[in-house]
Design a protein around this ligand. Structure first.
Ligand code: GLU
Length: 551
């Protein structure tokens, strides 16, 4: 037996499978020409980042637009970063936004699809099978260097002024150990990692075509990268290569922080004899720092909106968040939306090539605008049911108020809705409490800060006179006529234009009279249609509220 085979058996005595068997177990996918297979591959670190939702949307869009498949793979090889039940946090994050993968992990310990297991910690044998074959081909070797030895190596490279740092060439002490030396180390129980035996040339460059960024050229990898750590678990790099090949990923779409690793990945794909997939490196989701005014990455520590849970807890409809992310993902999305106001986002002709390569700015103000536009065209029925569902979990008081009298609540939500120009007050379900507050004595906050032009005496007298006239059976025209009638006796004009022409001739205009009534009834100067509000509140409450200010 040759050195390589002996070494492979020494290192991996328990592995009997072959890469050929893996090829058979995970055959090429039978998909139509041009279909793209993508994956979202998070580490279960406890929450889903908004950048993760953004990336996953790109994955699913890419797959769906081409008749392909998107799957969810859990990358849990870094046990230090993992937290308990981190998988559920990710799955729940996606569920909240109705974003579904075609295959992969579906929950804690569950999955669907033919290319699994989709959790890296369950694929140890697969990685070791590929690793063993690399040893057999002389393309990988065990390294016994200790942490101290590696730091001595770094110091040495510093002293030498080496331009490239890392484990390679003359610095790679374990590269040429004999079989006997290796065996002695293993018999002595020395821990080892498996390294690639790089054949890279520092004078050569690799070029790859990033789907978002175009051609990227970088020096070829010459480092003897670690493939398996001392516990036999693969590094991200090796797992990426084995998994994306065997799961038949055609397009690796991932964050731009991985661009610098591409030369390593290309070297590994080649060593394994696998076809290199297409790469697309997405930009980071950024924000403008409130203190410095600079663009920076959204951080979980500083920005609550970095976690998708923030949007769920605040009550943004999932549709709004996805719609907003689409505007960040493809610059032509907004034009498409204008031309197709009612279309499902999934019918958008998504194109990876139209993604911007520079970091995209996450702008809550724009999200709110988009969400208001989405909510304002929902029916009262829909707003009611979505808000009740949200409140059930996040706001017990609101839930109780909304469900106490369903017809009344829907009536409130229906004011100024289903009209040609619906009001855009609500961006998220948590806005609704304030929006409807004055209908409920528990929430109503009285405020009678009158406009400058109206004295307290006048306001009290106006309300007294109005109570006499007010009839809740009046139609809207009669209701408004009665407000106008109040103007002249108090020195106001029913005609706003007339007031503007000749402001000194009047104390104010009809708007001031209705503001007095609006303030007394709702505690606000700006509300939806006052006639509808008063009708829904009913005479008793309306009069009681006004009476508070009649003295
Ligand atoms: N598990 C990697 C991460 O959390 C994913 C990178 C990739 O998509 O390949 O960043």
């Amino acid at each position: 037996m040759s050195f390589n085979n002996d070494l492979a058996n020494l290192l991996f005595p328990h592995i009997s499978g072959t890469p050929e068997e893996l090829e058979q177990r995970y055959p090429s996918r039978e998909l139509k020409e041009g279909a793209r297979v993508t994956r979202f591959a998070p580490s279960p670190t406890g929450y889903l980042h908004i950048g993760g939702l953004f990336g996953a949307l790109v994955d699913v869009m890419t797959a769906r637009a081409s008749g392909g498949k998107a799957y969810l793979r859990i990358e849990d090889t870094d046990k230090k970063r993992e937290i308990d039940d981190g998988v559920s946090a990710i799955i729940e994050g996606f569920d909240a936004f109705d974003l579904h993968f075609d295959e992969g992990v579906t929950g804690f310990g569950t999955e669907s699809g033919e290319y699994g297991p989709y959790t890296q910690s369950l694929r140890k044998e697969i990685y070791q099978t590929v690793a063993k074959s690399l040893v057999e081909k002389g393309l990988a070797y065990p390294c016994f260097c200790t942490a101290d030895e590696l730091s001595a190596l770094r110091e040495q490279q510093e002293t030498d002024g080496a331009l490239i740092r890392g484990y390679f060439g003359k610095y790679a002490r374990c590269r040429d150990l004999s079989y006997d030396e290796i065996k002695a180390n293993i018999d002595a129980g020395k821990p080892w990692v498996l390294r690639l035996r790089s054949d890279g040339d520092e004078n050569k460059r690799i070029v790859f075509d990033d789907m978002i960024r175009g051609k990227i050229e970088m020096p070829e990898n010459i480092i003897d990268e670690v493939l398996l750590k001392s516990d036999g678990i693969p590094t991200y790099h090796f797992a990426h290569v084995c998994d994306d090949h065997l799961m038949r990923t055609t397009h690796v779409i991932r964050g731009e922080e991985w661009i610098s690793s591409v030369p390593k990945h290309i070297a590994l794909f080649k060593a394994c004899g696998y076809k290199v997939p297409k790469y697309a490196h997405t930009p980071q989701v950024m924000k403008i720092d409130e203190e410095t005014g600079d663009k920076r990455k959204l951080s979980k520590r500083k920005d609550p909106e970095a976690a998708v849970g923030y949007f769920v807890e605040d009550g943004y409809p999932s549709e709004s968040v996805l719609e907003y992310l689409m505007t960040l993902i493809n610059s032509n999305f907004e034009d498409w939306r204008k031309a197709n106001p009612k279309a499902d986002i999934w019918s958008f002709p998504f194109n990876l090539k139209k993604m911007s390569a520079s970091g995209c700015l996450f702008d809550l103000v724009k999200l709110n605008d988009i969400s208001k536009n989405i909510i304002c065209v929902m029916s009262a029925e829909e707003v009611y049911s979505l808000c009740v569902k949200w409140a059930e979990k996040y706001d017990g008081q609101l839930h109780a108020l909304l469900t106490a009298d369903e017809a009344f609540s829907k009536g409130i939500l229906n004011i100024d809705r289903e009209v040609p120009k619906p009001r855009k007050d609500i961006a998220k379900w948590s806005d609704i409490k304030d929006y409807i507050s004055y209908f409920f004595d528990e929430l109503y906050v009285p405020c009678f800060d009158l406009p400058e032009r109206v004295s307290h005496e006048d306001a009290a007298a106006i309300l007294r006179a109005y109570i006499e006239k007010y009839d809740d059976a009046d139609d809207k025209d009669t209701w408004f006529a009665k407000i106008k009638e109040l103007c002249e006796p108090f020195g106001y004009t029913p005609n706003v234009k007339e007031y503007k022409k000749n402001p000194d001739a009047f104390k104010g205009h009809v708007g001031d009279i209705s503001t007095v009534i609006r303030l007394a009834v709702t505690g606000r100067t700006n509300t939806p249609d006052l006639y509808e509000i008063m009708k829904l509140m009913g005479r008793e409450k309306v009069v009681a509220r006004m009476k508070k200010y009649t003295d």
